[in-house]
Design a protein around this ligand. Sequence first.
Ligand code: IMP
Ligand code: ZN
Length: 381
Amino acid sequence: MAAAAVDDGETTARFEAEVRSWLAWCRALPKVELHAHLNGSARSSTLVELASGLGEKGLINFPEVQAILLKGDRSLAECFKLFDLIHLLTTDHNIITRITKEVIEDFAAENVIYLELRTTPKCNASVGMTKRSYVEAVLAGLKAVEAVQVISGSQENHKKVLGTTLSRPIIYVQLLLSIDRRESTEAAIDTVQLALDMRNCGVVGIDLSGNPWVGDWNTFVPALKLAREKGLRITLHCGEVPNPTEVQNMLLFQPERIGHACCLEESEWTSLLHSSIPVEVCLTSNMRTETVPVLQDHHFASLYKSKHPIVICTDDPGIFATDITREYALAAVCFGLKKANLQFLAQNAVRHIFADDKVQAELQKIFDAAAINPHEFTHRP
Ligand code: IMP
Ligand code: ZN
């Protein structure tokens, strides 16, 4: 990752030391995470434990799977093979509930105060899983969180929780349902229908993701239009690989946010800057999957210089061995940002969340309080 941007061990060590020097401050900063995939955020330790269980039953070759799970750098194509493997390990309602709980606790430990967690609803007849029961298992994970107080669902729920005496730090969690690019138009519409049914439970939007070499934009347009008509917010994985026609169509669709925007040609880049569509930037993910060759040359720098709205995100912290704190620290070191710049980026992310204005106002209050002294973060009761 960052080491690929530099030329020798000594420079890498210096770079890492500099990143490390930022970690405590970046951890204390309240943060908003808007681009994290549930299965890509699962703890490696949990995945290895699950693989070991399947290995003992003779269902997989454990040493082989463990080596794949713990491998460092991987290409974009290898990532999607890994997702298929992870999905084999997490094919069970209880496991989905467990990883959801752990993922939320991990983000909260990095002082994330608002998390939009996205996941692809899955059917699996062999374990009686439907897209709906999958999402219900995720919602059970929200309820199972112990380390912090999760605020989710309807405004009524928010009021109920905020009206009680809070003994734990809080984290707002909202869900985005992902359409996988392998899916048909009908399957994509099913996901949107499910999202609409589950709005009161904290589903606020739709994501389009999956292997960018697979699928065609037109397949997903009917579902995305339906989502828009009914008031769901939309974010699209856009420009992960060169695909000018698709990027143009995506930008014309005017989603509320896009993820990545790595492989844009000059004209698409100009369209993006004119559009002011916020970009979810995932530095380590882009480096690991080699969609951006050198971290220091990441388009973060151009977006930032153009004052284009950006949100620092992790994408798949489990897969890429990172966390949101490290992503902020990387931005500081690679692009020469100061504390005030990071603080601005973190707080400004609130403007791009998919939850309603009341949640935005609550979060702004937390940031305003923290801005007085980011080391004594005052949302903790
Ligand atoms: P899940 O939706 O919770 O199962 O999270 C994993 C899924 O997210 C993968 O199977 C992909 O469909 C999607 N995903 C995760 N990372 C990326 C990415 O970098 N690009 C595109 N899709 C991704
Ligand atoms: Zn992603």
